[in-house]
Write a protein that binds this ligand. Sequence first.
Ligand code: GRF
Length: 207
Amino acid sequence: MSLNIAVMISGSGSNLQSIIDAIEKNSLKSEIKIVISNTKNAYGLVRAEKHGIKSRYLSKNNYNSPREYEEELLEILNNKKIDLIVLAGYLGIVPGEIIKHYKNKIINIHPSLIPSFCGKGFYGLTVHEKVLEYGVKVTGATTHFVDEGVDTGPIIMQEPFKIEDEITAEELQKEVLKIEHKILVETLGLIENKKLEINGRRVLIRR
Ligand code: GRF
């Protein structure tokens, strides 16, 4: 089934690009109706533009109240008849009203094996620095549904990455990013084909 997708970004948008590429090579049936960034100069906005995808800079700092920002975001999502919101490198907080309205219809990609190295302050290179600092032997990436918490919603997919001794945080970030791109597209494919069954905190995949 083709989903109307909204992708929310804050930065380079390489995860957004992986969705765009998958759609353009018909690996995904969905359509990105809008890309929303909370940072004005996010390169992800350039990626959207290059692929003729509507985009919008939307920051809560430009509204008189959180409620006004929330109403604007809800209106955009309603107008585009969005079925699924994808947080792809999005560093903002999704307002509670949106999470309620789109229960189990918002997914996030995180660059670690949740529940390790996630939550407040764990984003970007910091995640990989903490992974190396701790000395874990395996890290990876996770897709999950978004709930009221930070990186706490039910886990959909995870893929591990074995850490070699001499790897740097930057090299690790690059390796994990490849996994992010892969499992994000696979997760969207499962949702398109209605293969997910949510059972409390467990997400069962009916392949
Ligand atoms: C990635 O590490 C992603 O996991 C995190 O933000 C970083 C940048 O992602 N959420 P992108 O290149 O902007 O998609």
